[in-house]
Structures are given as C-alpha cells and as structure tokens.
Design a protein around this ligand. Sequence first.
Ligand code: AMP
Length: 328
Amino acid sequence: MKNEIVVSGIRSTGNLHLGNYFGAMQNYVKMQGHYECYFFVADYHSLTTHPDAKELKNNVYKVLAENIACGLDPEKVTLYAQSDIPEIPELYLMLNMLAYKGELEKTASFKEKARAQPDNINAGLLTYPTLMSADILIHKGKYVPVGKDQEQHLEMARNFAQRFNYRYGETFPEPIAFNFGTSLVKIQSLDGQGKMSKSENENATIYLNDSDELILKKIKKAKTDQGPTQPNSPMPDYIENLFLLMKLVSHEDKYLKYLNDYNQCNIRYGDMKNDLGNDMVQFIKPIREKTIELKQDETYIKSVLKIGQEKARTNASKTIQEARKKWV
Ligand code: AMP
C-alpha cells in the first residue's frame, strides 16, 4: 500500500446522486487499498445551506450507509464524521487568518449559494473553502478525489497551505484533485439546467435511492431535441450528458452504436433513453438495496463511525500539534 494520503468528503444534505457517485465515490472505491484514505461525511459543511440540525445525525448515518453500499470498505479506509474531529475547526480558525474576504467572495460556489439563499449569507458559507482546506490539510492530504465543481476550492487549499508554509515554516503539502489521470467529471442535470445536485432539480437528478420506476421516468423525461442535421455535429451539453451517462453505465458496444447513429444523423433518442434507463436501473438497484440493509443496522454504522473517529483523530492531533508549535 502506498502511504500517500487521500482525503475527501461528501456533505450530508440529502440523498447521494450520480454526480456524487461518478465525481467522487467511484474514485474513492478505486483508491482504497492503494493509498492511506480518509473519507468523511461533511456534516458541518451541510449547516451552511441546511441550518436545521435536527436531522444532522440521521443524515450522517444515511450517507455513511450509502458510502459503504457503493463499495467502501471500513477495514481499508478511515470513515468518519467531520464533526467528530475537533482538530478540524481549530485548523479552520488558523487558516481563516490567511484567507482574504475578496478571494472568498469571488468563489463561484459562494456566489451561486448567496444568490440561492439571499436571507442566509452566513460567514460559514463565505469561509466554506477554508473549512474544506482544513478538512484536507489536517491529514496532510496529497490527493483529493472530487468532481469538477470542487476545482476552485482545491486551488484555494493550495494557496492557504502555501501561505501557512511561507509564514510559519514548512508544514503542509499542496493537495491536488485526483481522477486517475483523466479529466474531472461533471454530471449535468437531466433537464440541461446546471449540475445534478442533492437538493435542486430533484426531478432531473438521479439519486442512488430512486426506485426502478422513478429512474425510468426521469430518464424518459430527459431533455433531447430533433437530433443533428449535419453529420458529426457538436453535441449540445444535455445530449453530451446522456452519452456520458451511457458510457458510464452501459456496455461499450451500445454507447458506440448510438454515437455512430448520432454522427450519421439517424439517432432515435427514445430508443437510447430506453436502453440507458434499463442499464441505469441495473446499475443502481444493488446500491439501493444494500443501503436499505445497512441503514437498518444502526449499531454497525455507529461502530464504523467510532473506529473512524479514533483513527482520524490520531492523525489529526499530530498535525494540529505541529501547526500550533509553528503558530504560537
Ligand atoms: P457535495 O454533494 O457537494 O457534498 O459533493 C460531494 C462530492 O461529489 C464532491 O467531490 C463533488 O465534486 C462531487 N459532485 C457533486 N455533484 C457533482 C456533479 N453533478 N458532477 C460531478 N461531481 C459532483
């Protein structure tokens, strides 16, 4: 096993969807056993947009069950809840002294979320990138398997690490986004309006707990058009997204057949959606069923979190002590 460190997290704001799976989870599973992996449920992060803490713990259990159902093995990786590691908020505080209001305000995700919740533009939302940096740097993470939407945050994490190292002495490595040498994935919403997301565009997002019927219905309704009129035309985003999904869940022959049909201007989107829908059902079903089984075993889920907390804190406390020595 390589001892390079991998860190990544998923917010507990709703059900996991195909964007989470292909942007993050699939890489987590591929990396386990090959790297020293820390994967966490980002429950503090979820309070920036979902301030009602009532369901916080239940949502942590749910995301954790989904993580394991997707193939993560708690014996091979450290799985924990962000709020169980007090060293993270301490490092967050230190990094906030190195983060400037102007750069935080310029972050695309901040602007987007501030537009979406004008009555709750809280400091947590603004400083999301510093908390995310603390999540990664607390373990001296080198690789961060994330979707394309997180690229900008990761660049900020490198900046904060650099600033800390420059001012107080070499402490943190500069983390980079990781996707096995290929470009980072972005799964668009099926209505062509933005990315798939846990709490927006629910009818155009496929969740890992959607029933077979719902999956088929959502894919049937996915945005298409009359099809190209010129051979080898460029694809609009929403068509490219359907091809991407087919590439991810269907047999390659099927994908190539429809690609050829598209390039020859005789694509039948109805047939393509039928095939994609059936393949998606086969892909999601085992994950959904395993999640239901795991969620029923709360004792097991709690024990995974407890073991994860101990392992993560052992590592985090080494880093925070090192940082404190440099800082004060
Ligand atoms: P979040 O749901 O915002 O907590 O994101 C958790 C992980 O899923 C991050 O690594 C994101 O980059 C990834 N992710 C979320 N939505 C998408 C999407 N639509 N396409 C690709 N990756 C995504």
